[in-house]
Design a protein around this ligand. Structure first.
Ligand SMILES: Nc1ncnc2c1ncn2[C@@H]1O[C@H](COP(=O)(O)OP(=O)(O)OP(=O)(O)O)[C@@H](O)[C@H]1O
Ligand SMILES: [Mg+2]
Length: 228
């Protein structure tokens, strides 16, 4: 049921919103260090799948296993702690805290994990250098470009050494040049740190950065690893 060696695996997820089935038997898995693109048309259930995998929403049925532990067997507090310690997130936009500078934003996950400010900001700056946005450190998110903002968000997602990054249309608001640079830097950093990436996109040129594609249609994910 769980593909061997996978870090995060979902089996037969179902989730209904009123009469709308968002997930209708979706299975998925990702290995450490693997970048998997979740593709499919609008409304097919991609974001719902990502939110279930990240423990943000609970499916009506089906199982999700992370590092050998069943998400549904954890308490809400345990799931939140897991999200903070093991998961990083990059969304389309609006994820940076507008009142904080970019370096404070990148340092935030470390601070939430109990790292002292100076050490957290030092690590944050290292990641910002890697993502080529060190010059935005003292600026607020409203003062940087869309492409810079997304690279700051990627730096923040990576800063606390997560095991999995969940990215939902991370380049959706960018032009193709900026989008490709963000994808290049995200996948390069993830692969070199052995971080798994669950990448939701409907763009083939973004999915081209992945190791593998999973297509979602009408709430059903076709993960070839689960083919019988
Ligand atoms: N919070 C919600 N309340 C009600 N219906 C929802 C909710 N979230 C999703 N849905 C419905 O579930 C289905 C799947 O939505 P989902 O957001 O997962 O699609 P998606 O593949 O991410 O689409 P997009 O590419 O447009 O982001 C859609 O029919 C959507 O309208
Ligand atoms: Mg979506």
């Amino acid at each position: 049921m769980i593909p061997e060696g996978s870090l995060l695996a979902a089996h037969d997820l179902r989730k209904t919103y009123g009469a709308t089935p968002a997930l209708d038997g979706a299975s998925f898995s990702v290995h450490p260090g693997e970048v998997v693109a979740v593709m499919g048309p609008s409304g097919s259930g991609k974001s719902t799948l990502l939110h279930c995998l990240a423990g943000i929403i609970t499916p009506d049925s089906g199982t999700i296993t992370y590092a050998g532990r069943e998400l549904s067997a954890m308490s809400d507090a345990e799931r939140s702690a897991l999200r903070r310690s093991d998961f990083g997130f990059v969304f389309q936009f609006g994820q940076l805290v507008p009142e904080l500078t970019c370096v404070e934003n990148v340092a935030l996950p470390l601070r939430l994990n109990g790292v002292k400010r100076k050490a957290a900001e030092r690590t944050a700056r290292e990641w910002m250098e890697r993502l080529e946005v060190e010059d935005t450190a003292g600026k607020r998110p409203g003062e940087v470009s869309g492409g810079q903002g997304q690279r700051v968000a990627v730096a923040r997602a990576l800063a606390a050494s997560p095991k999995v990054i969940f990215a939902d249309e991370p380049t959706g608001a960018l032009d193709s040049l900026n989008g490709e640079r963000v994808m290049e830097l995200l996948t390069e950093a993830a692969r070199s740190s052995n971080v798994a990436v669950v990448l939701v996109t409907h763009e083939a040129r973004v999915a081209a950065y992945s190791d593998r594609d999973v297509t979602v249609r009408d709430g059903r994910a076709r993960d070839l690893e689960h083919a019988v």
